[in-house]
Design a protein around this ligand. Sequence first.
Ligand SMILES: *[C@@H]1O[C@H](CO)[C@@H](O)[C@H](O)[C@H]1NC(C)=O
Ligand SMILES: *[C@@H]1O[C@H](CO)[C@@H](O)[C@H](O)[C@H]1NC(C)=O
Length: 989
Amino acid sequence: MLPHAALVTVLSAALGAYALSEGGCVSFDASSSGFPLVGVTIITSEDDFPGVHRAVADFMMDVASVTGTAPVAYNITDMETLPTTALIVGSVNSSVITQLANASSVDVTSLVGQWEKFASGAVPNALSGLENAYVIAGSDKRGTIYGLYELSEQIGVSPWYWWADVPIAQHSEVYLLPCAQGPPTVKYRGIFLNDERPALQNWAAEKFTNGTLSTLLHSPFNHLFYEKLFELILRMKANHLWPAMWGSAFCVDDGLNQATADYYGVVMGTSHQEPMMRSTPNEWNLFGNGTWDYSTNADNIYPYLYEGTARAAPYESIFSMGMRGAGDLPLSDETNIELLTQIVADERQILSDVFNTSDVTTIPQIWTLFQEVQGYYEQGMQVPDDITLLWSDDNWGNVRRFPMPNERNRTGGAGVYYHVDFVGDPRDYKWIESSQISKIYEQMSIAVDYEATRVWMLNVGDLKPYERSTEFFLTLGWNASRWTPDNLDTFVTTWAQREFHVERQEAETITEIVANYTKFSARRRPELVNGTTYSLINYREAESMLAEWDMLRSVSTSIYDGLAPEVQPAYFQLVHHGVLAGANLGEMYIMAGLNQLRASQARLSTNDLADKVQELFEVDYDLEDEYHTILDGKWNHMMDQTHVGYYYWQQPITNTMPAVNRVQSRKQALAGVMRIIPEGTAGAWPGDNPYQCDRGYDCGDPTMSIDRYSPISDRYVDVASGGPASFSWNVSSNATWVSISTEGGDISPDNNEARVYLSVNDWSAIEAYTAAQLTFIATSEGVDPLAVNLTFIAYNPGVPADGFAGFVEGGGVVSIEAPHTARNTPVEDITWKEIPQYGRTFSGMTPWPRTDLNFTAGSGPSLEYDFYTFSNTTSMNVTVFLTPIWNTQGPNNPVSYGLQLDDGDIDIVKYVPYAEKSGGRPTAWEGVDGFVANSIISGISSFEAGSPGVHTLKLWMTQPTVVVQKIVIDLGGQLPSYLGPPESVYVEA
Ligand SMILES: *[C@@H]1O[C@H](CO)[C@@H](O)[C@H](O)[C@H]1NC(C)=O
Ligand SMILES: *[C@@H]1O[C@H](CO)[C@@H](O)[C@H](O)[C@H]1NC(C)=O
């Protein structure tokens, strides 16, 4: 009797194989007593799925690439004698696995009937003569395929080895350990190639067609293209695809497309606007008769849908049910729920006829609740229970709604349609990565907790450059239980080690780089940024942004320079290009904003900034060109996307440089040789200027002030040239408590600006408001000395009371990042939890776990912030900065939080407006200044201020899915800015 070896389901700790997979299945160390892979014979069964045989061929190539030795493979029926050592691959019903099960060598009961599960491990004496076997068994076709690709990844082949040129690791010895995964958290995990022009389309035309596009639609997306994509999808353990559809029709462009998908093992679907497996409107425009209007033309539309269904019947598919109007617009206004209900009934009749069954409930069907369709559903439209309801985000990464408890036991379940790339209102975002992994996690983990796990679909635009977020989305869908807010950063770290073959420390640096550049581009998507997005005068906001981009650029460059040359192309595609291009664009817009400002201030440096904008605009193209020329042009066109100078929501037809101003460099400014520009104003002295004072003339000398508790501890004054004349300048003060960074210098057209920093060197010398007089004097040949007086006011409000610990008012505001609490008090097991590297500035605090909690005001978990005020104001306006979400708890139950100052009444803030029209969008969502464009919603409360001194703000949990990022308490001093004031000074007790 052979020993009975159950396929092991225990996972050991990672052993130095960097895979995003769960790890632990491979060792490169002979002492691991694993199964030696080098030189192995592979045994398969003739009767296994063709897609498994295809994946075995990939696996053999992978082993050959990693070890330098190609394995050999045989179907068991072709073998006269068995070798003593072999690697056996098979799905549970294949003849070789059946043989092993019959011989009691393996027990496959844990696999039988399961979805996409695999187990592998060593089996001694599996069959007579076969002394050492390593068996990879899958519960079904994809279970087996994933079992192979899992090992491929762990031995050193990234799923992106071709799609992002990740070098394959080399190992002369490889040992296989027990391995088991599945079933997945999410049954169908897929991507959607959408709005694939210009980048993906132009690239594919060059790489896959030799110039001959598809006959009818001139699409490049033939089976040669899709074979590459299917392999990528399967290597990431995804199983589902909505194909390119903007100018293409999957089933028409290449007669081999559908069969190839099925052969590989990819389940095809079509997007929310393309019912019954036909690419609509493209196919309708080619083959349909009459208008796309079911109320008047059902006689022609019905057979059209029937044909699409019949064409897909031999293959694994998920049918999109329902219908939208032509051009992805809502059906006409008169369209009602009754018509849509009839359409779905007819579609199900088609399924019944085509599949020759009276029970269509086992045929996978989805219905995407996209915009108006969600409205119909909420108005009571009946959806057959077995159809999966695909809830969608608002195209901007905020899921509009999740299944409520009474919606969670539908047999068809629910899913989510999500975007990392989008074409539409308020503006396209489709150039570089502008989604944060932490945000994707925050949203999609709610989907898991609320059981929207039947289908996950990610709109990936042109696919590149969203490689990392795509893989994260799919990895989360494969096994959501692996990821928590506490280990989320290890996703990127592990990914960086796998892709760039770097040590842990460099991988952690790359993790920081990725977190930062996606934070900066998610603050406001690059397509929406302009020269005044970040304040040019308050809180040094634009300057901080420039410094942050600069820092990021230099850290990423030093990583890039330190990588082996063969790894650099992968790093360039996956990280470095996004950093350089994002930083360059961000800098260009700020320079353009400063250029406009300086022109109004009559500064000669206006022209330097105009030149700088022009130069950065050219660098933008250089970076695109570099992407297109690396690796002999492998990725030519992949960065074709225009992205500079949007005129409305749709992409500009070419990039347009931001407008710049110039001043006449040979003409002297009317007011004299020197310009004085204190920080915090758009005005300039001497002379008139609309920003000096309301009146715009005779404004008097400038004033600038500093607060002892300002988080920025100095103030600056720019001394600038007003034209061709050179001059010498100096500054003097009548107060010893002012420190001046530079007391004088020379200004000339080539060196036309100087920045002087002022600070207080002795706060004990300052009582309340104390003014110093500074005088800037310019001397220049042939003209009288020019003097500008500046009043510099230092404000010392005193010190907080003894023993106080917390944030201190400065400049009339208190600003606090949400996790910086004095107390975080849970109720039972429910607490506010931090999601690191999240949102616009620091991180997010959210109710955890995501139970369907509903606390009354003051009974739930709370966050408390202690702060100290000096201002004697009557009211305190508090702005809570929150992640844009929707009323995820359904109609009539708006999300909220409670805010309480000291022991006052609790203000329940319902900060997310409902759409005026069911299924529509709230007005506050819309436009380039709406809450999705700004990536933030403000919750505003007003309190009676009470007396100056110690205060506590309490933020009460009332509802789930709320995410708080930052809190700003305005005591009368808050100035306009994009991100809100920087965090206040914190004093220890
Ligand atoms: C095993 O048989 C299948 C089906 O005939 C075939 O496609 C495959 O190439 C064979 N594999 C080997 C290694 O001969
Ligand atoms: C394009 O031409 C190359 C070289 O002749 C050939 O190998 C390849 O199969 C062709 N591709 C298509 C899609 O015709």
